[in-house]
Design a protein. Structure first.
Length: 219
């Protein structure tokens, strides 16, 4: 399950009928042990932040944005002339992307997808490196869909911010919006050995505007 899949379908039920309403809603993932992981829903419906644009500059098309949500990164890449497509398992997220003219595929990264072994770049942003609660399994699957020598651009937690496997549920404006599902947080100090297990080499880790990003190249 992606972050967007836990929340996008709940917006209308809460009475937020337009994208402009979303920044006022507080959202988080709540773990079984009580850990609160904030979700920056306002970012999903805005233009990419400068630190995100700096990361996207390293993307080579075709790009697959895993857990794309409303598709802001895909739109930015396409506007820059880089072929990109989103992937999300939430029908509501894909519908929001398509409403803005953003190409998006409905499905899970763990299912067969179009053009496997042809994608040059994959994105795991907005916490989506936690999809499935098993980062090594996720990165191995990403490796399978990338072409030889492809790259992964991922957002990670600060050093020491990793969690190991978690069971979480989404909460939006005080309302529980999902069942419990597996998740994980991956720290910048962990992505190297996780990448190694999945046949990636980390070529860059950087902090920009208090957010941490990693670039990995498939071996």
């Amino acid at each position: 399950m992606t972050v967007a899949a836990t929340t996008a379908g709940s917006v209308t039920r809460l009475g937020a009928r337009t994208d402009a309403c979303l920044p006022v809603l507080s959202a988080s993932l709540r773990s079984v042990c009580g850990r609160d992981i904030p979700l920056h829903v306002d970012r999903w419906f805005d233009e990419p932040q400068p630190e995100e644009r700096a990361l996207l500059a390293a993307a080579i098309g075709p790009v697959l944005d895993v857990g794309c949500g409303p598709g802001r990164h895909v739109r930015a890449l396409n506007a820059a002339g880089v072929a990109a497509v989103g992937l999300d398992q939430a029908p509501s997220a894909v519908a929001l992307a398509e409403r803005h003219g953003t190409p998006a595929i409905l499905g899970s990264i763990f299912d067969p997808i179009a053009s496997e072994r042809r994608w040059a770049t994959a994105l795991l942003l907005d916490g989506n490196v936690g999809i499935g609660g098993e980062p090594v399994r996720l990165l191995r699957r990403i490796h399978e869909v990338l072409r030889p020598g492809g790259r992964l651009l991922a957002e990670v937690e600060p050093p020491g911010g990793g969690s190991g496997p978690l069971r979480v549920r989404a909460e939006l404006a005080g309302e529980v919006t999902s069942p419990w599902f597996p998740w994980a947080l991956v720290g910048a100090d962990e992505i190297g050995h996780i990448g190694t297990e999945a046949r990636f080499t980390v070529t860059e880790i950087r902090c920009d505007n208090r957010r941490w990003f990693a670039r990995l190249e498939a071996r």
